[in-house]
Design a protein around this ligand. Structure first.
Ligand code: NAD
Ligand code: UDP
Length: 310
């Protein structure tokens, strides 16, 4: 199959491309290198079955493809808040352009949505039936509301134009290739402990997140794309940890001498988050297989090799 991956030079997108190439597909990677990097796809650049297009999805593009994994969008609060208007544009206009492309060439489109559409959730764990508790005017809104309208667009193109869609609600995912300056919690704590500088816990660290290793996530995305259910489907690891527990775990694994310090909690930071993955289990036969300790070990090794290399 000819498969387009938007955001394919990014963290999740590049791992997905590795799997698609290994499975023998023709892959087109589209990225504007905002948070993605050439080194993530470098190994495929000489392959006749791989093409890279430097393009911004807020502009339309014409391509002939069978499937579209639509991942292009900055995912870390640091990067999506840097230019919030652009973030909304990427989610809204970018998704509309990709749905227009899917409609024209009759391709199936999978949209990478997020647990952030649940906002600061009042129910726990979060099921797909929950409509969310989201601030429309806060500093996270450009991302949260952008993804919510992207989901709306998917379902309206489906109902109105028969576009074949899949919607994945991805929960916090981590692994090798995250940027050193990504700003998300797992990479921050690993980079800080490797550099021997204090680990920055925001607030008192009692807020929770559930962390999924990237290979598990990619498997879930591929099963959703190739299955019969359109979603939305939660994809994440139900293992829930407080942020302080995560800091102590990484401190213990990398550098027990590193200090843990507390910084102000950012506005609208969700207090707790854990996916209910009953749907993914029943519909896709999917559940995560990589425990946090094992995934962290692999991620730490990757950061160690990059940080000591320069
Ligand atoms: P990432 O920042 O590493 O990847 C995003 C990619 O999209 C980058 O390569 C970036 O350059 C590209 N991009 C951004 N704006 C673009 C534009 N306008 N045009 C073309 N390319 C553009 O992030 P990631 O963690 O790999 O996330 C991938 C997708 O998964 C995103 O849509 C994100 O919202 C979603 N997601 C990720 C997580 C997570 O924990 N990693 C959780 C929920 C949802
Ligand atoms: N966080 C933290 N220290 C950091 C980065 C993040 O304590 O250096 C906290 C952040 O406030 C949030 C949690 O870790 O409560 C997860 O943050 P991240 O940005 O990784 O993801 P998101 O909040 O989007 O789930």
């Amino acid at each position: 199959m000819r498969i387009l991956v938007t955001g394919g030079a990014g963290f999740i997108g590049s791992h997905l491309i590795d799997r698609l190439m290994a499975d023998g597909h023709d892959v087109i990677c589209l990225d504007n290198f905002y948070t993605g990097h050439k080194r993530n796809i470098l190994k495929w650049m000489d392959s006749p079955f791989f093409e890279f297009i430097r393009h911004d999805i807020t502009e339309p593009i014409r391509l002939e493809v069978d499937q579209i994994y639509h991942l292009a969008c900055p995912a870390s609060p640091v990067h999506y808040q840097y230019n919030p208007v652009k973030t909304v544009k990427t989610s809204f206009m970018g998704t509309m352009n990709m749905l227009g492309l899917a409609k024209r060439v009759k391709a199936r489109l999978l949209m990478a949505s997020t647990s952030e559409i649940y906002g600061d959730p009042n129910i726990h764990p979060q099921t797909e039936e929950y409509w969310g508790n989201v601030n429309t005017i806060g500093i996270r809104s450009c991302y949260d509301e952008g993804k919510r309208v992207a989901e709306t667009l998917c379902f309206d193109y489906h109902r109105q134009n028969n576009v074949d869609i899949r919607v994945a609600r991805i929960f916090n995912t981590y692994g090798p290739r995250m940027l050193e300056n990504d700003g998300r919690v797992v990479s921050n704590f690993i980079v800080q402990s490797l550099r021997g500088i204090p680990l920055t816990v925001y607030g008192d660290g009692s807020q929770t997140r559930s962390f999924c290793y990237v290979s598990d996530l990619v498997e879930g995305l591929m099963r959703l794309m190739n299955g019969e259910h359109i979603g939305p489907v939660n994809l994440g690891n139900p293992g829930e940890y407080t942020i302080l527990e995560l800091a102590q775990k990484i401190q213990g694994m990398v550098n027990p001498d590193a200090e843990i310090i507390f910084k102000p909690l950012p506005q609208d930071d969700p207090k707790q988050r854990q996916p209910d993955i009953t749907r993914a289990k029943t519909w896709l036969g999917w559940e995560p297989t990589v425990p946090l300790d094992e995934g962290l070990k692999l991620t730490i090794e990757d950061f160690r090799s990059r940080i000591t290399a320069h």
